[in-house]
Design a protein around this ligand. Structure first.
Ligand SMILES: *Cc1c(COP(=O)(O)O)cnc(C)c1O
Length: 354
C-alpha cells in the first residue's frame, strides 16, 4: 500500500511529560483511508492532525456504526527504539468488531503499515519518561450521508496518536470496585466482544453511579441474570482463589483483551493453574468469606494490570489482600511492563519494532 504523506508546516509544542495524563494531547499527524463500496479502501494518507468536516446527516453520528482499537507504542529503556506490543492482535480484533457492525474488512498488513508509518512520522512524540507511552487510537466511522438505517457504503479508517503519562505515577494502587447489579454492559448475541463505540456510551450511567458512591469502576455481571462475573470497567477481570487463577470464559459478551490473553499465556508459561470458565459473584463472595480469595485484578492496555482492593456487592464490603497489590498480580505487572519497555527479554515474540 502506498501512503501519501503531507507533513505539517506548523508542528505543535510538545506537552510537559510529567503532566500528560491520558488522552488529552494529540500529535502533529493522523492517518486517513477511505472506503467506497465497489472500489474498496483507497487514498491512504498521513496528513496534519486537525478537524474533520462532515455533513450533520453523516451516519456515524446517528446509529453508531463505529468501531475502535486501543494500543500503545513504547520507547525502550535500553536503546530508545520504539516498539509495539502484539499489534496484529489489535488489527484482527478490529476486523472482528467491524464484521459484527457490517463494516468492510481492512487488509491486516495495510493496517499494520499505517500504524507503523504514522508512529514513525510522529516518533518525536513517543515520550521518554518512565512508563509513559504513545497511545494509538485507530477507528472506523460510517460516512454515508442520510438517516436511513442500513450499513453505509462509505467509511473512513482513521488513526490518531496521544502521548500518555505513567498510569501509576505513585506506584500500583488497588482500586475500589462496585458490583453493578442493575445495569448491564452486554448480552448474548450482542456486541460485547467488540470495541463498538456504542458499548461505551451504554456503560457510562453505571460508571457515574459507582463514582458517586466513591468507587473507581464497576464489576459487570451477565446481562441475563446478573449472576456471573463478566468484566471490570473496561478491563478483563481475574480472581486468584485457593492458588488457582480464574477469568470469565469468552462467550460473546466479553471483550477478548490482549492483556487478558497475554496474562493467561504468562501464567501457563509459569505453570500457575489458570482456567477460563463461568464464575458467579456468589462464588467470589464465598471465597472472600472462607479466606480463599487471594487476589483480584483487572487487565487492559491502559493500566496493564489494576489490582482490586475492595468489592462492594449488595451493600457488603470485602477487602482483598489487605488492600495491597498481590504477589502474583505484581509479578504479572512487572513482567508485562518489563517486556513492553524492554527491561526484560521477550521470550514470546510479542514485541514488534517500528
Ligand atoms: C479494550 C477493552 C479491554 C481490554 O483489552 P486490551 O486488549 O487488554 O486492552 C477489556 N474490556 C473492554 C470492555 C475493553 O473495551
Amino acid at each position: 500500500m502506498e501512503i501519501k504523506k503531507i507533513l505539517t508546516k506548523a508542528p505543535k509544542a510538545k506537552p510537559d511529560e510529567s503532566s500528560l495524563g491520558f488522552g488529552r494531547y494529540f500529535t502533529d499527524h493522523m492517518f486517513i483511508m477511505d472506503y467506497t463500496r465497489g472500489k474498496g479502501w483507497h487514498d491512504a494518507r498521513i496528513v496534519p492532525y486537525g478537524p474533520l468536516e462532515m455533513d450533520p446527516a453523516t451516519m456515524c453520528f446517528h446509529y453508531a456504526q463505529e468501531t475502535f482499537e486501543g494500543m500503545k507504542a513504547y520507547r525502550r529503556e535500553d536503546d530508545g527504539s520504539i516498539v509495539l506490543f502484539r499489534p496484529m492482535e489489535n488489527i484482527r480484533r478490529l476486523n472482528r468488531s467491524d464484521e459484527r457492525l457490517c463494516i468492510p474488512y481492512i487488509p491486516e498488513e495495510d493496517a499494520l503499515q499505517a500504524i507503523k508509518e504514522l508512529v514513525a512520522v510522529d516518533a518525536d512524540w513517543v515520550p521518554h519518561s518512565y512508563e509513559t507511552s504513545l497511545y494509538i487510537r485507530p477507528f472506523v466511522i460510517a460516512t454515508d450521508v442520510g438517516v436511513g438505517v442500513h450499513p453505509s457504503d462509505t467509511y473512513k479508517f482513521i488513526i490518531i496518536l496521544s502521548p500518555v503519562g505513567a498510569y501509576y505515577a505513585e506506584g500500583v494502587n488497588p482500586v475500589k470496585i462496585y458490583v453493578e447489579d442493575e445495569y448491564s454492559r452486554a448480552s448474548a448475541g450482542g456486541t460485547g466482544f467488540t470495541k463498538a463505540a456504542a458499548n461505551y456510551a451504554i456503560s457510562l450511567a453505571a460508571q457515574e453511579k459507582a463514582a458517586k458512591l466513591g468507587y473507581s469502576q464497576v464489576l459487570w455481571l451477565d446481562g441475563a441474570e446478573r449472576k456471573y462475573v463478566e468484566e471490570v470497567g473496561t478491563m478483563n477481570v481475574f480472581f486468584k482463589i485457593n492458588g488457582e487463577v480464574i477469568t470469565p470464559a469468552l462467550g460473546g459478551s466479553i471483550l477478548p483483551g490482549i492483556t487478558r490473553k497475554s496474562t493467561i499465556e504468562l501464567l501457563k508459561y509459569w505453570d500457575v493453574p489458570v482456567s477460563e470458565r463461568r464464575i458467579s459473584i456468589a462464588e467470589v463472595m464465598e471465597a472472600a468469606d472462607n479466606g480463599t480469595l487471594e487476589e483480584v485484578f483487572g487487565t487492559g492496555t491502559a493500566a496493564v494490570i489494576s489490582p482490586v482492593g475492595e468489592l462492594c456487592y449488595e451493600g457488603r464490603h470485602i477487602t482483598i489482600s489487605d488492600f495491597k497489590i498481590g504477589e502474583l498480580t505484581q509479578k504479572i505487572y512487572d513482567t508485562l511492563t518489563g517486556i513492553q519497555w524492554g527491561r526484560i527479554e521477550d521470550p514470546f515474540g510479542w514485541i514488534v519494532k517500528i
